[in-house]
Write a protein that binds this ligand. Structure first.
Ligand code: NIG
Ligand code: FE
Length: 428
């Protein structure tokens, strides 16, 4: 039988990947498949094969049409997946960043009309074109960090028109940028000032007007709610989520971020795709996530920025839960677009091993956006989303904190990013 001729072949690298396409839980998160001096070949946007270099000749034929990347001394991983961001927003909030740095609390700023509501004003004022332009720039930041798939939430409109403008921006960005986007409607992110004292009426507007309109226009795959003291109660969240599910949305939840309100328990009951933040999760919350097979998505860059205690990751792993990681990139609690920094923080402050952190940022992150069949691990037939890192062992990825480690990013088999090199002041 003739051997296939790949369009792209990477050879000589340490090839590192989670195993399989199912959630990786507890103890299993300590394992990765590692091929030292390996090859990986791609065609038609998919992975054609991979293995150790000494077996390459048995598997593929290389001719002049094959693009070859020599990656000896480098590491290849699946494209990183960032399953929780608020990427599309107007304005910025560096003023609050410095206030918080000097001790003011995040929720206190929000109660004073700043925080999310400040970004709501700026996002309402921004044009669709401005949101797309700033979105493209932020996606470039993420791509150069090895990210190939990003979940994006609305939630800075809090009125139908602006929520739709944000989701339209996500749709346009998905067409224009190589990063693949997954859209989430989050109209229940805060109560808009015009509904002050009439919060339940706003819940009705979400249920009766916003959710049906977003569903009809097919603008979002998920619905998310900020379930928190002083924001959406467990009961309000349940009503929104149940209606969302009836309309065909899958569910994610901002749960137990500042207080142990019962968000994780609700996510378990509703069998949501993910429960995110979980800084204040209780033992009952962990049981509920396990029973409901909900992916916990942990956001250490938020705890870092807000100077809050980190989510109890080791306790969750001991209880056999899986863990995914995300940046929570947003203008307030996490102005951090970097999955690489997130990975480093998860090791330093939540005690993850490099293997656990990399499983969490690839396959488990893909599971949380229901894309594990296509993304998150290197296996024949999966989408060819790959990153080449300029380190010789994967354990150096979390270790070189904040370094520019990504050399090349491949999305659906095509090179979409290659790091510019500077030697003695000129680009070569
Ligand atoms: O996930 N917690 C609620 N929402 C965001 C913060 C958004 C903002 O501060 O603008 C979060 O942390
Ligand atoms: Fe968030």
């Amino acid at each position: 039988m003739p051997k296939p001729q790949p369009e792209l072949l990477i050879r000589g690298a340490q090839i590192v990947s989670p195993l399989g396409s199912s959630p990786i839980c507890g103890e299993e998160m300590r394992h990765l498949r590692v091929i030292n001096e390996g090859w990986i070949a791609c065609s038609d946007g998919k992975i054609l094969g991979l293995g150790p270099m000494d077996e390459l000749v048995n598997h593929v034929t290389v001719d002049g049409c094959t693009e070859i990347i020599d990656a000896a001394g480098k590491v290849v991983l699946p494209g990183l997946v960032d399953p929780h961001t608020h990427l599309v927003f107007g304005g910025s909030r560096e003023d609050e960043f410095y206030l918080r740095a000097q001790g003011t609390d995040y929720m206190e700023i929000m109660t004073r009309g700043g925080g999310i509501l400040s970004t709501v004003r700026a996002t309402r004022a921004a044009s669709l074109e401005e949101l797309v332009e700033t979105g493209l720039q932020r996606l470039d930041w993420m791509l150069s960090q090895g990210v190939t798939t990003v979940e994006c939430k609305s939630g800075y409109g809090l009125d139908l028109e602006t929520e739709i403008k944000q989701l339209r921006a996500v749709q346009i960005l998905n067409e224009r940028h190589p990063i693949e986007l997954v859209a989430t409607f989050m109209g229940a992110h805060a109560f808009p000032p015009e509904y002050a004292g009439r919060e339940d009426e706003f819940v009705e507007v979400i249920i009766e007007e916003m959710l049906p309109a977003v569903a009809e226009q097919g603008l979002a795959e998920y619905c998310d709610v900020f379930c928190e003291s002083g924001v959406f109660s467990v009961e309000q969240t349940r009503r929104i989520m149940e209606r969302a599910r009836e309309l065909g949305f899958k569910l994610r939840l901002h749960a137990d971020e500042m207080t142990s309100l019962g968000g994780a328990e609700l996510a378990g009951e509703l069998q949501a795709s993910s429960a995110d933040h979980l800084l204040q999760i209780t033992e009952d919350g962990m049981t509920a996530l396990r029973e409901g097979q909900v992916m916990p998505v942990l956001l250490p860059a938020t705890a870092f920025t807000l100077k809050k205690p980190y989510a109890p990751a080791r306790r969750m792993l001991e209880r056999g839960l899986p863990i995914a990681l995300a940046t929570d990139f947003n203008p307030g609690s996490s102005p951090v677009p970097s999955m690489l920094l997130t990975i480093s923080l998860s090791c330093l402050y939540m005690g993850l091993t490099p293997e656990e952190a990399l499983n969490a940022a690839t396959l488990n992150a893909a599971v949380s956006i229901d894309r594990a069949e296509q993304l998150g691990s290197l296996a024949v037939g999966k989408q060819a989303d790959l990153v080449i890192f300029e380190v010789d062992h994967y354990s150096k990825i979390p270790y070189f904190i904040g370094a520019d480690l990504v050399e090349t990013v491949i999305k659906r088999g095509s090179i979409v990013y290659h790091k510019p090199r500077f030697r003695g002041g000129y680009e070569c």
